[in-house]
Design a protein around this ligand. Structure first.
Ligand code: IPM
Ligand code: MG
Length: 360
């Protein structure tokens, strides 16, 4: 049976990196006879400009009807002044929430070829392989009540609500414990339970679940310490599980350990393993349209899609191997460039991965 993939290129560098990723997918589609069918839809600023809303109904309909969604990036200064409810980011948050894509997997792997591109010493990051499991449809990102209100004295006050219920904590806990079982058997739950009640409950539930996973060693860390440990000694971590906002912040830090956020893919999964796949980086409006963006995070996201949602691990491995070949050849986009390597643009990088796939 053919699989349907919905491709959403988005804003900024989104369309450029999507074109390169599509090239790569077209090659594996033929080579492994995957029978992938592609459709397109709008989200974020592009959707706002065309339809007046950041998540059009038709996009959501197409997303529900597809087996997986591949997404580029959204947002940019062009939409800085639009109403809060219509911001491009709202579209992304709405699609995550509507499809209940609560399980966000963000692997931070250092390619040995890029050890020099990291801002940390090679010995601190070499061999780095951590997985951040971020809760994606709850916490302070979605908690009600929220808003900006005017107090009696006429002063304005912004407010948000940080909450997690037991069901939400358990389902992300399950994803994280199972991931740890398949990897190094270590799970670090990150919270702020010395201050925030929502995370007191979070820690309690993680502890309750631990006996069901005797092969996983569960530890806990406060988020401030976790941020410090990530840049001090990142290799102590195997799997990290945390809430929405802490995961947003820590995954950017983890990405930089690997040399560039331009290398970091992600998967956002629902209870049935259906998902949306996107690079962790944003729309980088400063370099959009200049053939400078690194397409590898999105190409690697496509590999995750083939593995987790489309049941094609061979094709996923082939893409990851091809990326390795291209790095071996010394090709680098600007963000991962270091002396002695060859600087290339977005298109040349995409072509090189597609060619490496054809050749091997
Ligand atoms: C991410 C992004 C998004 C988030 C933004 C664009 C809403 O930073 O996927 O990490 O905060 O989740
Ligand atoms: Mg982020």
């Amino acid at each position: 049976m053919n699989s349907k993939v919905l491709v959403i290129s988005g804003d900024g560098i989104g369309p450029e990196i999507t074109r390169e990723t599509q090239k790569v997918l077209d090659v594996v589609n033929k080579k492994f006879d995957l029978g992938l069918e592609f459709d397109e839809a709008l989200l974020g600023g592009a959707a706002l400009d065309a339809t007046g809303v950041p998540l059009p109904d038709i996009t959501l309909e197409k997303a529900r009807a597809s087996d997986a969604i591949l997404f580029g990036a959204i947002g940019g200064p062009k939409w800085d002044d639009v109403d809060r409810q219509l911001r491009p980011e709202k579209g992304l948050l709405q699609i995550r929430s509507s499809l209940q894509l609560f399980g966000n997997l963000r692997p931070a792997i250092l390619y040995p070829q890029l050890a020099d591109a990291s801002s940390l010493k090679p010995e601190v990051v070499s061999g780095l392989d951590i997985l951040i499991v971020r809760e994606l449809t709850g916490g302070i990102y979605f908690g009600e009540p929220r808003g900006i209100r005017t107090l009696e004295n006429g002063e304005r006050e912004g407010y948000n609500t940080y909450k997690y219920n037991e069901t939400e904590i358990k389902r992300i806990g399950k994803v994280a414990f199972e991931a740890a079982q398949k990897r190094g058997g270590k799970l670090c739950s990150v919270d702020k339970s010395n201050v925030l009640e929502a995370t007191v409950l979070w820690r309690e539930i993680m502890e309750q679940m631990a006996p069901d996973y005797p092969d996983v060693e569960l530890t806990h860390m406060y988020v401030d310490n976790a941020a410090m440990q990530l840049v001090r000694a990142p290799k102590q971590f195997d799997v990290i599980v945390t809430g929405n906002m802490f995961g947003d912040i820590l995954s950017d830090a983890a990405a930089m350990l690997t040399g560039s956020i331009g290398m970091l893919p992600s998967a956002s999964l629902d209870l049935n393993g259906r998902g949306m796949y996107e690079p962790c980086h944003g729309s980088a409006p400063d370099i959009a349209g200049e053939n400078k963006a690194n397409p590898l995070a999105m190409i690697l996201s496509a590999a995750m899609m083939l593995r987790y949602s489309l049941g094609s691990p061979e094709a996923a491995n082939a893409i990851e191997t091809a990326v390795g070949h291209v790095l071996d050849q010394g090709l680098r986009t600007e963000d991962i460039y270091s002396e002695g390597t060859q600087k290339v643009g977005t298109i040349a990088m995409g072509d090189a991965v597609a060619n490496a796939l054809q050749a091997h």
